[in-house]
Write a protein that binds this ligand. Sequence first.
Ligand code: NAD
Length: 435
Amino acid sequence: MKLTIIGSGYVGLTTGACFAEAGHHVVCVDNDEAKVASLLAGEIPIFEPGLEALVKKNVSAKRLRFTSSTEEGVDHGEVLFIAVPTPPQADGSVDLSFMEKVAREIAQYLTSYRVIVDKSTVPVKTGERVAHTIRRHAKPGVEFDVVSNPEFLREGSAVADLMKPDRIVIGGNSDRALALMQKIYEPFMAPVLVTDINSAELIKHAANSFLALKISYINALAEICEISGADVLKVAEGIGADKRIGRSFLNAGLGYGGSCFPKDIAAFIAISEQLGLPFNLLKEVQSINNRQIDRFLDAIREALWVLKDKKIAVWGLSFKPNTDDVRCSVAMTLVERLVAEGAVVSAYDPKAMDKARELPVAAQIRLTESALEAAKEAEVLIIATEWPEFASVDLAALRETMHTPLIFDGRNLLDPAAVRDFGFQYRGIGRGVVA
Ligand code: NAD
């Protein structure tokens, strides 16, 4: 089928590449001319495992191409996916100006029937707004349908998630549009849930909020574990073994970050308030999450007394492993807070160095070539992102290079007993202090 993706970022580009891999003919549109130029030059602007090879393969096979022209995109695709940003506003509600702009642009170029798909994460009832906007600005009589098809990919495993999704949610009220959507997803052989538009939109916010709730639940438990001398890893294992609960998303740590969870939880709180039903449970999820970084910094201050002029190493800058994305990364927030207190920060990340360099705080820290180099002469090492390579570090060499053998493991990545054998003082989350 001929498909168009409008917005070629993490979601749009990866979705476009996977649709092309499934045999569709895809045009990816982006209004960022520089991004399109680099894509046309064969450069992939983001790191996502397997993405570069997939893009190159499908560009060569002439199933995938890029343009900055929305008109060309609207002309090409029978189905037009919108994957533009839906960032938070100061009050947590969603800025829908990107969506509105694209809806108006599509309307302007619409000449024959198209299905317009909201792939971006949007508040419930946005589909109605998009349909209304297009109807108002399109030529009279031109036919179209609006469908909601929220995206559940995880950065770091986006290609795998898209090629083999747990489920595909399609919300719509037109048989014609739903039939086309089912046809697009046929090659993926995944369970398809067909709903009305409002339910599909709500599913996305409800799913992310539930995952955030699990993270905050285990982080609140971690606090109880610290005070009571229990080990949160064992507690997570014990409760997670129950199939009704499940072990995933029960990893205590510095809390959730990234471009989705913080904004989606804030959005769902704002949406519920707009609907007149404040979702107070989610406010608590949010405040537990915010408290994690405060508690962590308190513990570091407790150990070092004064942070000013202290050499601190930070391992990990991306918001999670296997991605270069530093948007709303807890690791970056931690670095900013350490710098604000006058600490001398050296940091290393396996993939996110280039993206971190673009942030203002980069000018105030030292970005190093390796994990061990960041730890040189450090009085404390902080693990902020659970990259696998940090788990297999040479502990003897680390001990040798640090000024003081003190590790604050914000992701419970290391084995406390193993690091203790090498003479380190170790503090994880919810695991007490191992001297
Ligand atoms: P992104 O910022 O990486 O990409 C968005 C792209 O849209 C950018 O390249 C931008 O230049 C482009 N764009 C903006 N306005 C445009 C316009 N008028 N015409 C053409 N292109 C335009 O964002 P993302 O992470 O891909 O997220 C997109 C949406 O998907 C958001 O709603 C997000 O919440 C949702 N989502 C993201 C993820 C994720 O893991 N990143 C997962 C699921 C859902």
